[in-house]
Design a protein around this ligand. Structure first.
Ligand SMILES: Nc1nc(=O)c2c([nH]1)NC[C@@H]1CN(c3ccc(C(=O)N[C@@H](CCC(=O)O)C(=O)O)cc3)CN21
Ligand SMILES: CC(C)C(=O)C(=O)O
Ligand SMILES: [Mg+2]
Length: 272
């Protein structure tokens, strides 16, 4: 459906920003059109996360995710979601060099997908970059705490804020993202008290993942909460058992094919 014939009004960045202190923002990741279509009614925000590289493409981390992957999945999600606000993650290497690199790649993401905003993980140039993009018409979601794209310097996916120096750094990055104009900030993998401090310190709504109930909203990787994996981080709650459901269905299909029970006459074409 083209934007001209769209009947359902999409949420906007200012509406998300104004949700601070209101009812919690409901967010999930989405990577495909049919999943976005199903999740649209329940969610305020759908994030086309670079976690797609690990969850869908089987990569060991998000480092190998490309602009092309983010754009293809962004396009699919935009075709499925009618009401939710859609944010696309900027992949590793597409924004860290500075504001001009980030702007060029964010423009490409918005033009080619139709999504309304991008997200980027905190780092030394992020304060400058969020301001540069926001002033030029691109809403930016910040991301502080556990930064999956820093996996190689951190030596793994490690929760943040166990030392005072680390707590100060995460809080400062959240303050910087807020001051630079982020319309929302993802807070990942931090202790509850730090998540509370950050949420109280910033004007933008905080969206937690492994960051306690103190945040202004929550996000999970959809395949985690649907139970597609046998291992998940501690912060995941399973709302379905898709792994077992899919495996049981595949076993039942295999049994029916081998016994020639499938296909039956009603599943077969005949000449007359
Ligand atoms: N499926 C999936 N779910 C996610 O939430 C997710 C991804 N993939 N990929 C990108 C990042 C990586 N994430 C991760 C991955 C592992 C841990 C993890 O191993 N956590 C440990 C605790 C580590 C610590 O205490 O420092 C755990 O046991 O929960 C956390 C976040 C979150 N994101
Ligand atoms: C988990 C969320 C916040 C994310 O960045 C992703 O899915 O890539
Ligand atoms: Mg991400």
């Amino acid at each position: 459906m083209s934007s001209h014939t769209q009947t359902v009004k999409r949420l906007t960045a200012p509406e998300i920003y104004a949700r601070k202190g209101q009812t919690p923002l409901v967010c999930l990741t989405a990577y495909s059109a049919p999943m976005a279509d199903i999740l649209d009614a329940a969610c305020d925000i759908l994030l086309v996360g670079d976690s797609v590289g690990m969850v869908v493409h089987g990569l060991p981390s998000t480092i190998g995710v490309t602009m092309e992957m983010m754009i293809l999945h962004g396009q699919a999600v935009m075709r499925g979601a009618k009401k939710a606000f859609v944010v696309v993650d900027m992949p590793f290497g597409s924004y860290e060099a500075g504001p001009e690199q980030a702007f060029a790649n964010a423009v490409r993401i918005l033009k080619e997908t139709g999504a309304q905003a991008v997200k980027l993980e905190s780092g030394p140039t992020v304060h400058e970059t969020i301001g540069y993009l926001t002033q030029r018409g691109i809403p930016v979601m910040g991301h502080v705490g556990l930064r999956p794209q820093a996996v190689n310097v951190d030596g793994g996916f490690k929760a943040k804020g166990r030392t005072q120096a680390e707590r100060d750094k995460v809080l400062q990055e959240a303050r910087d993202s807020d001051a630079a104009g982020a319309f929302a900030i993802v807070v990942e993998g931090v202790a509850a008290d730090l998540a509370g401090e950050i949420t109280a310190a910033v004007k933008a709504p905080t969206i937690g993942i492994g960051a306690s109930a103190a945040c202004d909203g929550q996000i999970l990787v959809v395949d985690d909460m649907l139970g597609q994996f046998d291992w998940s981080p501690k912060f995941v709650r399973r709302y379905a058992g898709l792994r077992e459901t899919i495996s049981d269905a595949a076993e039942a299909y295999a049994k029916d094919v081998r016994s020639r029970d499938f296909p039956a006459p009603q599943e077969t074409y005949f000449a007359k």
